[in-house]
Design a protein around this ligand. Structure first.
Ligand code: AHM
Ligand code: MG
Length: 340
């Protein structure tokens, strides 16, 4: 009979990690478990999309003026419910809600953490059955009592306690870091358990993918245009020309680049100097993971994790990938005398 190697479940893994922190009381462990539970529920719904009435728009817009999909709303409600019920989180900032959702009941007010979340990122891809994701940032609260506030959430990424994403792809994975390595867990759908499948993830040394929405080329800063020309030049020694891969779903693009080696770029443009991606719940968590996987994340000039956020839905240009690739783009931007 075929022997199965020992499986490490997500719960086992985080409990083991927790024991490395003598003062930990298990709150972060429970919080990550709440996220994993919500992710499984969202995953179930995504898998049934097409069979049940969950595809398409709901007829409303979120705070960013984007059409809300039914699955956007479902995912948002699912994560909020799971986090509120768990009692470890006293506030949430979500892409789908204008203001902070503060939990003011006796139970959640005691929660030590706040969460910034994009419950379903890449949702324009939902109807076409393309991989989408959930992205989350976990901070320790800075206020002492009561429901969490905006002050708890407007913290720079260097203060992150943990961050991660769930990718709903050909298989469903949860990838997270508490600052000690990046680890990936694949959902075994037959038993509904996330199992360690990608321990200690790092960008590979050889990287030759670039990911950008090149349809916006004419609006890009000169430095980015120059970098793209560099990527397309013939130079076998440096693996050029690079391969272009763009899904239009940050989690999927980043995940592929982390595994196969590549850089993701979403620059500011003449029309949108701050770019598209949101600092708190898209750039910061991905930047945190990238750094702990040996990479780098920048707004073209400055480390993403050091940006002091001023608003919940603040945007930032975003360049993330292996350190040397991000530094190359920064060099082109500097030479062109551009900030992003
Ligand atoms: P969303 O949060 O509304 O889904 O938008 C974010 C998504 C990212 O996943 C992706 O990287 C980006 O938008 C793609 O944008 P574009 O279509 O402009 O290339
Ligand atoms: Mg998003």
């Amino acid at each position: 009979m075929m022997q199965r190697s020992k499986i490490t479940t997500l719960t086992e893994f985080i409990i083991r990690r927790q024991s490395e922190y003598p003062h930990a009381k298990g709150a972060l462990t429970r919080l990550l478990n709440d996220i994993a539970t919500a992710a499984k529920i969202v995953n179930r719904e995504i898998n049934a999309a097409g069979l049940v009435d969950i595809l398409g728009s709901i007829g409303s817009e979120n705070i960013q003026g984007e059409t809300q999909k039914k699955l956007d709303v479902f995912a948002n409600e699912t994560f909020i419910t799971a986090l509120k019920g768990g009692g470890e989180c006293c506030a949430i900032a979500s892409e789908e809600n204008e203001k902070v959702i503060s939990f003011r009941d006796d139970f959640s007010e005691l929660g030590k953490y706040v969460i910034a979340i994009d419950p379903l990122d890449g949702s324009s891809n939902i109807d076409a059955n393309v991989s989408i994701g959930t992205i989350f940032s976990i901070y320790r609260r800075v206020t002492e009592v009561g429901g969490g506030t905006e002050d708890d959430l407007l913290q720079p990424g260097i203060n992150l306690a943990a961050a991660g994403y769930v990718i709903y792809g050909s298989s469903t994975m949860l990838v997270y870091s508490t600052g000690k390595g990046v680890n990936g867990f694949t959902l075994d759908p037959s038993v509904g358990i996330f199992c360690l499948s990608h321990p200690d993830m790092h960008f590979p040394e050889k990287a030759n993918i670039y990911s950008i929405n090149e349809g916006n080329y004419i609006y890009f800063p000169e430095g980015v245009k120059q970098y793209l020309k560099y990527c397309q030049k013939d130079d076998p020694e440096s693996f050029r020309p690079y391969t272009s891969r763009y899904i239009g779903s940050l989690v999927s693009d980043f995940h592929r680049n982390l595994i196969k080696g590549g850089i993701f770029l979403y620059p500011g443009t003449a029309k949108k100097p701050e770019g598209k991606l949101r600092l708190l719940y898209e750039c910061n968590p991905i930047a945190f993971l990238a750094e702990h996987a040996g990479g780098k994340a920048s707004n073209g000039q400055k480390r993403i994790l050091e940006i002091e956020p001023k608003g919940l839905h603040q945007r930032s240009p975003f360049f993330v990938g292996p350190r040397w690739m991000v530094e190359k783009v920064e060099g082109f931007l500097r030479e062109a005398g551009e900030n992003n």
